[in-house]
Design a protein around this ligand. Sequence first.
Ligand SMILES: Cc1ncc(COP(=O)(O)O)c(C=O)c1O
Length: 442
Amino acid sequence: MPIGIKTFARKVFSQFEKPSLLYKGISKHIFPGIPTAPFRVKARLYGLESELKQRNVTYNLGSLYTLPHFEAASVYKQFIKYNPGNLGDWSDNVSQTYATTELEYEVIHSMIDLYRGSHVGLRGYITSGATEGNIFSVWLGKQYLEQHFGKKMICLLKSSLTHYSVRKAGQLCSVPQFVVPLNTKWGMDGDGFKNLVQTLFRKGYRGFIIPLTLGYTSTGTSDDIESIVREADKLKKKLKNTEFFFWIDAAMSGLVSPFIRKDFRPFQSSYIKTFVVDFHKFGQVPYPAGTIIYRRELKRIIERKIDYLRETDATLLGSRSGIPAISIWTMIHTLGKTGYTDIVNEQKRNKKFFIEKIQAMLPETEVITHADSLSCGLVFKGLTHFRLPKNIEEKYNFFPGKTNVLFYPNTAKKIVLYKCYFLPHLKRRVLNEFFADLEDIV
Ligand SMILES: Cc1ncc(COP(=O)(O)O)c(C=O)c1O
């Protein structure tokens, strides 16, 4: 049977142990003056593919990285050649005329439904991920507070565990940033929050932009949203002429908590203005994929006309691919609530097994986590320099970052913190292998 040119090329290139020999002539630093010979280009790409194939994500316990679901990835193959563009903002009007904006509308409203929010009161769009969601939230928060106060009266309050994208967001929007100390559960401390707001109020600050985190990247712990917001409400009454703009960064937990707690309602309090989640973490969609949901009335604060286009400008990016809308939509419909719940339950069992076993084998280990998250932080207090052997770190993709933390009232610490993520790819077999490897050091 005759074979196609692509299959033929793959067969030819796979004969070479080192396809790099074929593309050796390609410079890493020069924009080619003339087209590079196609066989060299192909050789380079096959080399790249075989390198990526060798990465074994199955053993990835220590980094927040997983592979996409087959269905979510295959729509890229099917649709990328049409290059659909979703520049603009599509969640307000059900009658979309363009195929992929229609899917974006459906994704956003499915998420509003998942979070038990109001289809009338909320809206949103598909982002490139939680970094974009956080930058958008600070931008929106600043614009919102500037309706009431001068630029110099607005600041941002975060904890020492808040994701680094928030620091960047604050810098981009020129908002000064202050750190609220943590409590013993590794979430923002209520008294620490109150004291800091009062101190800053005396210094002239009146508008406070505050990210609350569900599932801190390094520990899986969460801020107690209800109690911090209650504290803010009391402060607003006491201090007068003060405004708070809260949002929830739930990069990973935003697709875990709704399947653990049936009463998950992040927009219940009117203080919460936006909600940020990633689909390229627990959602099993290829990068870049996330959503931001926010209060509908806030759109007018940032929306501007674009002189040369029909669409208006109310997103952080300009041109946006329509493919993530297809991919997220496909994933939502492939799994549904029951599919995601099954995966969450499997990883909950893995997390429980993992923590019990760690505590039995290395009882001095401090395990930091939250019941609703599928990640945890570990401090190996019984190990030399608090470190696992290098071979274990490498095999399971651990990066024990030296993490700076500030605890209430004012205790600063630097700790060697291991992060563990119970992502959809993780199997019990790998955890058993991890504990077998650990036997050698206990
Ligand atoms: C809590 C939190 N926020 C924001 C982000 C940034 O997400 P992304 O890298 O998808 O932009 C992460 C990523 O790990 C995160 O864990």
